[in-house]
Design a protein around this ligand. Structure first.
Ligand code: HEC
Ligand code: HEC
Length: 342
């Protein structure tokens, strides 16, 4: 090979390398430009939708301001979700909150009012805690503290959070919170609707929210209970403690549940013996009427699985021992539909 030929070969190699690098650079830059175009593009029908990327809709900015007519608002999105001073929309709806309820204790004990609301109505993914007997309330926190109560579903992170919260509380704080929430009666805020079809929904941190716009439609309910807010923005974004829920339940579930609850249906015991004839609680035993059916099913299932095994939960063992999931759904649908006083 002559010197000239070697020279040409080297030039070619270098030229090819430069060309390849240039192509690579253009591709990378081009993709960036494309990505930017997608995110900046107007919603003109050709923009790729969130479902294709598997991403949730963006949360509002923490400084976004929300207001509810007749409330103590406005509050920002950040204030509504402040774990140590969550927004109190209706201060007149409840007695003065103890410090632990309103502000918790940094860093482990989040304010009870954040998840259970200042009025104790709670949400389907946590628990309604107003109107619970004080002694029962205290015992549950002790059970959480002693790892005698946890979720049968290890991915249920907020029950694990509840355990951490309980473990960070002093006896005096437990007593104060129990007295506070126990002083408010449990009142209705769930409407049970038997149906075959439900709106197609997405799951937003523990709650079903009907899909609007693209992807909206109906689907079979199947064997489940779907609890969804009456007003999505009020419940999901503003965490309005007056915004109630609809519980979609299978056709016939309420009547089947009533038979199990009032007669045992040959499978279980009459609930009224211990929970009171009106199912609103008796002595230590908590009320079970008008509460979130998702919560109720979880508890029955947890008790059957043995993940909820505080001292008094043993009284529930014969009750749940022979219940199938379908029975639990029927029982929960009936209990949530029981008429309770305003
Ligand atoms: C991060 C959200 C969150 C916060 C904050 C929170 N909890 Fe809970 N709490 C839960 C969840 C979730 C459950 C029920 C889990 C389950 O078993 O399904 C629960 C259950 C309970 C129960 C049991 C209710 C029953 O009927 O047996 C009590 C009592 C309770 N919480 C009290 C409190 C107190 C008091 C505070 C404040 C110190 C508090 N919680 C703060 C999420 C929270
Ligand atoms: C022999 C008495 C007894 C009978 C009968 C009974 N329960 Fe209970 N139930 C209890 C006790 C006691 C607790 C509290 C357990 C604890 O401290 O963890 C409880 C707790 C519960 C809870 C959890 C409540 C909460 O706030 O977390 C549910 C749900 C429940 N029972 C449903 C039922 C249903 C449904 C029936 C009838 C099919 C029934 N129980 C029959 C004694 C009973």
């Amino acid at each position: 090979m002559s010197f000239i030929e070697i020279f040409r070969l080297v030039i070619n190699l270098v030229a090819n390398a430069v060309y390849a690098a240039a192509v690579l650079l253009v591709t990378i830059l081009g993709q960036n430009v494309l990505a930017q175009e997608i995110s900046n593009a107007p919603d003109d029908g050709v923009t790729l939708a969130d479902w294709a990327y598997g991403v949730a809709p963006p949360s509002p900015d923490v400084n976004t301001v929300y207001d509810i007519p007749g409330s103590a608002g406005p509050f920002t999105y950040g204030q509504i979700r402040d774990a140590f001073a969550p927004a109190d929309w209706y201060p007149d709806d409840h007695p003065i909150m103890p410090e632990i309820v309103a502000n918790g204790r940094y860093p482990d004990v989040w304010a009870c009012a954040l998840c259970h609301y200042p009025n104790g109505k709670g949400r389907p993914e946590n628990a309604g805690i107003s109107g619970l007997p004080v002694e029962y309330f205290v015992q549950q926190l002790k059970d959480f503290q002693n790892n005698l109560r946890k979720s049968a579903q290890p991915r249920k992170f907020n029950t694990s959070l509840m355990v951490t919260i309980a473990q960070g509380m002093t006896d005096a704080q437990i007593e104060e919170a129990a007295e506070y929430y126990g002083s408010m009666p449990w009142t209705p805020w769930i409407e049970v609707v038997e149906t075959e079809e439900v709106p197609i929904s997405r799951f937003v941190v523990g709650m079903y929210v009907p899909i609007e716009g693209e992807g909206a439609g109906m689907e079979p309910l199947g064997m489940r209970i779907m609890e969804t807010p009456e007003d999505v923005e009020r419940a999901e974004i503003m965490r309005d403690p007056r915004a109630g829920f609809i519980a979609y339940a299978p056709i016939g579930s309420v009547a089947k549940g009533q038979e199990l609850v009032t007669n045992g249906g040959g499978k279980t015991m009459q609930c009224g013996i211990c929970h009171g004839a009106d199912l609103m609680g008796l002595g230590y035993v908590p009320g079970i009427a008008g509460r979130s059916p998702s919560y109720t099913v979880r508890q029955l299932y947890d008790m059957r699985q043995g993940s909820r095994r505080g001292t008094s939960a043993s009284l529930m063992q014969p009750v749940v021992a022979n219940l199938e999931v379908e029975d639990m759904i029927n029982i929960a649908a009936y209990l949530a539909s029981v008429d309770i006083e305003e």
